[in-house]
Design a protein around this ligand. Structure first.
Ligand code: FAD
Length: 394
């Protein structure tokens, strides 16, 4: 392959990204007369995985690995990942990978402040257990108080003109009663969840990570040049002997130290993990579950010591790991999913689930009914705000 062919491949995301922008501002109306070029370039790759496009252009394996190395951001390898999903992230990163100056907690606290300063109330420690529907309308929502006796929990009813549902749409549909939803929505709700993950949040001290090549960026490591094989080994065979994973050093992204102890740096590791496997281990053999978590962390640290920081363990002062069941327990995300519905071509179509529920006053607002990730979440919420208020902000 010649260099100009490589550039040709890199020009496609650019072209498709601007096509997405045109279509998005036109409300994804695939009108071939109004937006012929944009619609056609999006249409052409609608069923393609990233691997399909690599093969179409005969990209050498090493170049494929380089372009797909960011796979932990999707939790999918190139042979399953929607080319369109890859384009959205790849081109967004070219425009800038931003991080909140005062960290994510400040963003959340600011949102809470806006809600409360405008007369809103946030009720904590309550779990929605039912949506009561009459005549295609949610008349009220029932929640239970998690701080009360769970054998006989205290329940509360909430009613509103408009119900916006942030939880997973499938989970909500079960409570609404699937029979209350239209056939179109039922079909759209038939999605598979994205893979779950394994996270390690660590702190190191008495070390300058900068000297070891870390900085204002993420590092993506792979032991094998074949990312499809690497993903399958970890996800399906639970074999982490030669792992592929992401390394994040958020302390470089802002001057604000937050509550990080003086002289310490945060370093995070992320890779894929199979929910069913971890769930079974946890339920049947707690010590095997803990052993597996230790084994994965050690495999990633071994790779760090071999390739980046020779005496990493000597500097490690804090570590905490999270498995798929941790995600499920803390985030209440079904099957410990990372990004809502799986980002395959089947799910990345114009007929993807959106805010519509087919009920008169209820709207979905979640990664599976919009887009995943921090930026995707904001976009999903903003789009719904625009739809409900008519106020155009993006
Ligand atoms: C470990 C991990 C690390 C990640 N790291 C990043 C990252 O670095 N950058 C990034 O961009 N994205 C990251 N993501 C992805 C990102 O977190 C999600 O895409 C995003 O949170 C989706 O937002 P959401 O509002 O759709 O759903 P969620 O954030 O899952 O919000 C749904 C909310 O509904 C609540 N809920 C569920 N059921 C009920 C109920 N019955 N009653 C009341 N409340 C309920 C849940 O508690 C939750 O608060 C990460 C995901 C995971 C799991």
């Amino acid at each position: 392959m010649y260099l100009h062919d490589f550039y040709k491949v890199l020009r496609i995301p650019e072209k498709i990204s601007s096509a997405f922008e045109s279509l998005s501002s036109a409300g994804f109306n695939l009108d071939l007369f109004k937006l012929p070029q944009a619609a056609m370039s999006v249409f052409k790759y609608r069923e393609s995985t990233l691997q399909d496009v690599f093969e179409l252009f005969g990209l050498p394996k090493e170049a494929q690995t380089l372009l797909a190395l960011q796979w932990p951001d999707f939790l999918l390898p190139p042979n399953q990942l929607s080319f369109h999903a890859w384009v959205i992230l790849f081109t967004s990163y070219q425009k800038g990978a931003f991080y909140p100056t005062n960290h994510f907690e400040h963003v959340i606290n600011s949102l809470v402040k806006v809600i409360e300063n405008n007369g809103g109330v946030i009720v904590y420690n309550q779990e929605v257990i039912d949506f009561v529907v009459d005549n295609k309308t949610v008349t009220h929502v029932i929640a239970k108080d998690l701080m009360s006796d769970q054998d006989n929990p205290q329940k509360f009813e909430y009613a509103g003109e408009t119900i916006i549902c942030n939880m997973d749409p499938k989970k909500a549909a079960d409570m609404v009663g699937i029979e209350n939803l239209s056939n179109t929505i039922r079909k759209k709700l038939d999605y598979e969840y994205s893979a779950s993950n394994f996270m390690a949040y660590c702190a190191v001290k008495d070390i300058e990570l900068k000297q070891y090549g870390f900085g204002k960026w993420n590092v993506f490591h792979t032991g094998s040049v074949d990312l499809n094989e690497s993903f399958n080994k970890m996800y399906h065979n639970h074999d982490y002997t030669n792992p592929s994973f992401a390394i994040c050093t958020p302390g470089f992204l802002t001057e604000e130290a937050s509550d990080r102890p003086e002289g310490q740096h945060i370093i995070e590791f992320l890779t894929v993990a199979d929910y069913d496997y971890f769930k079974q281990l946890k339920e049947t053999d707690k010590s095997a579950y803990k052993k597996k978590k230790k084994e994965i962390l050690n495999a990633m640290i071994d790779a760090v010591e071999e390739h980046y920081i020779p005496d990493f363990r000597k500097h490690l002062v804090f570590k905490i790991t999270g498995s798929p069941t941790t995600n499920e327990r803390f985030c209440w995300c079904p099957q410990g999913n990372s990004y809502g519905s799986i980002l395959t071509p089947e799910n990345m179509t114009v007929s993807r689930l959106n805010h519509k529920t087919s009920l008169k006053n209820m709207y979905f607002c979640n990664a599976s009914s919009g887009f995943a990730g921090f930026a995707g979440t904001f976009r999903t919420g903003t789009k719904l705000y625009q739809h409900l208020s008519g106020d155009q902000v993006i």
